[in-house]
Design a protein around this ligand. Structure first.
Ligand SMILES: N[C@@H](CCC(=O)N[C@@H](CS)C(=O)NCC(=O)O)C(=O)O
Length: 228
């Protein structure tokens, strides 16, 4: 089945998970960049497509689709032979969803308390308190992920899946979040392993963003952005 998809994204933002999945799936899609720093996500045109005012947003034949976990599973369903999700194994599928839910509801939110603290608090001292917790909360979450990666090389073990694209998204932010990564050897190795994949390399080039610290460093400097 050929579908026509459009991904609204911002360079280096969480939309990179959906971008990688689309690239891995080798299905045709178009890209539209959204200038988050300029507030384009709150423009009437964008809000008409996604009233949440967030990316990623994918325009599908059945209308707009938001939320990374949902987009990732939709893309996986379009990919041939279940190469991006264990669609025929209920237990593995549930484990993958468990992992993706943790990323979406805990890891992403822990990160957002830094750059987007204004969603939860207004006073300067409350904002500073939340910012100060980001590194610790991200580290606690990533220590659990470090255990998940014990069997490796991928989140689900030997099979690559959309959970790997999603994990890579947040692993890219560890330094920005001032996380002490010394105890996260498997996470860092996973991040470097992701950057060996041609699909990830194509996405970094398309978004114009840099490899992570241990990656092959083939692209130029990351564009400054207020993306997350
Ligand atoms: N729960 C959503 C979160 C999406 C989200 O927060 N996206 C950020 C970029 S990483 C965004 O659009 N931020 C713009 C803003 O908050 O104004 C998902 O997982 O897709």
């Amino acid at each position: 089945m050929t579908v026509s998809l459009i991904l609204y994204y911002a360079p280096g933002a969480c939309s990179i998970a959906s971008h990688i999945a689309l690239q891995e799936a080798q299905i045709p899609f178009d890209l539209r960049s959204v200038a988050l720093g300029a507030g384009e996500q709150r423009s009437p045109d964008f809000l008409a497509l996604n009233p949440k005012g967030r990316i990623p947003l994918v325009i599908t034949p059945f209308g707009p689709l938001t939320e990374n976990p949902a987009i990732l599973e939709y893309v996986a369903a379009l990919a041939p032979e279940g190469q991006l999700a264990p669609v025929n194994n209920a237990a593995k599928l549930a484990k993958m969803r468990e992992f993706n839910c943790f990323l979406s509801a805990t890891v992403h939110v822990a990160h957002a308390h830094g750059p987007r603290g204004g969603r939860w608090a207004k006073t300067e001292s409350a904002l500073q308190d939340m910012k100060a917790q980001v590194a610790d909360n991200m580290l606690s979450a990533f220590e659990l992920i470090e255990q998940t990666l014990q069997s490796g090389p991928w989140v689900l073990g030997k099979d690559f899946s959309i959970a790997d694209a999603y994990l890579y998204t947040f692993a890219r932010w560890l330094e920005m979040d001032r996380v002490d990564t010394r105890g996260l050897k498997r996470v860092l190795a996973h991040r470097a392993r992701m950057e060996q994949r041609p699909a990830v390399q194509a996405v970094l080039a398309a978004e114009g963003i840099a490899y992570s610290r241990d990656g092959p460093r083939k692209t130029g400097a990351e564009k400054p952005s207020l993306n997350r």
